[in-house]
Every structure is written in structure tokens, then in C-alpha cells.
Design a protein around this ligand. Structure first.
Ligand code: MN3
Length: 201
């Protein structure tokens, strides 16, 4: 099936009190994400990938070790990444972290604060465009990772629990060049921990 741009799971104004403005969501969702959908559909038309699930396209076109990935991979992965990203955030202050997620983070990282430090450091330390992730690895352990451009945990057989877009288009309107401030705001205010917990399976 062709890719379609999903609606945001909240209004364009919903995250503004938490540090992600309407203008950012208009550019990021309505223009950037839509471009990945449209370009992906153009590139996939008439190929073996037409009608395939986006996850299968990502796994099937990822080239391990290649610095530059091909256009079908780049657009399919960025379509999937952004769809997850919108769901991983939510409106409302003081979103509670479900107990089972808190316990898993304490077991894996020592404390929730230590997890946030490691996640923020991964995002700040990703040179150029990419993503920071909390993943459940194949052995069930929780890990913080970072990936370049559109590469994501599906490429490595991991489950994405939380992802943060650290491409400049994600933060430049609201935080200018201050990527670390964007990352700490994301972790402290924007994350929908219920969604993250539901991904643990
Ligand atoms: Mn983006």
C-alpha cells in the first residue's frame, strides 16, 4: 500500500505550552514528513517494494555499513520514524511514567535521571542529522543508541521504545542551535511515557 501522511495525534497547538510550537509542527509534520511520504511513493512506484509494508521496505533496503543509503530506504525510514515520533509525544504537563517502564529504566540504567542523561548525550553527540533512541534489543535488554540520517532500530532487529529527531528542522525554530536544550525539554515535558511503556510488549 502507498504511504500516507498520518494526522498528528493532537492539534498543531497542543505541544506549544511544552516547548514545541505550532510553527515547528507545521513545518515538520505538514512539510517535511509529507515530503518523505510523497518522495517515497514516487520512488517505490513500479518497483518490487510497491504494496509492501513500510517495515519490510526498511529492513529490505537498509545497507549495513554504507555511509549513504538509497532513496527508497531514506524516505521509507523517515516516514516510519516520524510516524513513531508524533505518537511518542503528547500534550499535558506532568505525564506520569508507568511503573513497569520506570522499573525497567532503573534496572537498565541505575535511575530514570541516568537514562535521561545517557539519552540526551546520545542525541547531542550524534554528529549531523539523525536520531537518539531507547531500544529493546534482541536479548530483551534496554539500550540507548544513536543513528545517522534515517537509520532506525528496525535495521538492527531492535524494538524502538523512544526516538528523538535531532535533525535541525526538529528544533531550530524553537531552540535555534541549542540541541541539548531541545533534548532535555523533550525528555522532561514532551514524551508520552504511556506510549513508550506500551512498546515494551
Ligand atoms: Mn524530522
Amino acid at each position: 500500500m502507498a504511504f500516507t501522511l498520518p494526522d498528528l495525534p493532537y492539534s498543531h497547538d497542543a505541544l506549544a505550552p511544552l516547548g514545541m510550537s505550532r510553527e515547528t509542527l507545521e513545518y515538520h509534520h505538514d512539510i517535511h514528513h509529507k515530503a518523505y511520504v510523497d518522495n517515497g511513493n514516487k520512488l517505490i512506484a513500479g518497483t518490487e517494494w510497491e504494496g509492501k509494508a513500510v517495515e519490510d521496505i526498511i529492513r529490505g533496503t537498509y545497507q549495513a555499513g554504507a555511509v549513504a543509503q538509497n532513496g527508497i530506504f531514506n524516505n521509507a525510514s523517515q516516514h516510519w520514524n516520524h510516524t513513531q515520533f508524533w505518537e511518542m509525544m503528547g500534550p499535558g504537563e506532568n505525564k506520569a511514567m508507568p511503573g513497569e517502564l520506570e522499573k525497567a529504566l532503573v534496572d537498565a540504567f541505575g535511575s530514570v535521571d541516568k537514562f535521561k542523561e545517557e539519552f540526551a548525550a546520545a542525541g547531542a553527540g550524534q554528529f549531523g542529522s539523525g536520531w537518539a533512541w531507547l531500544v529493546k534489543d534482541k536479548d530483551g535488554s534496554l539500550k540507548v543508541t544513536k543513528t545517522e540520517n534515517g537509520v532506525n532500530p528496525l535495521c538492527f532487529g531492535q524494538t524502538a521504545l523512544l526516538g528523538c529527531d535531532v535533525w535541525e528542522h526538529s528544533y531550530y525554530i524553537d531552540f535555534r542551535n541549542k540541541r541539548p536544550a531541545y533534548l532535555s525539554n523533550f525528555l522532561d515535558k514532551l514524551v508520552n511515557w504511556e506510549n513508550v511503556a506500551a512498546r515494551m510488549g
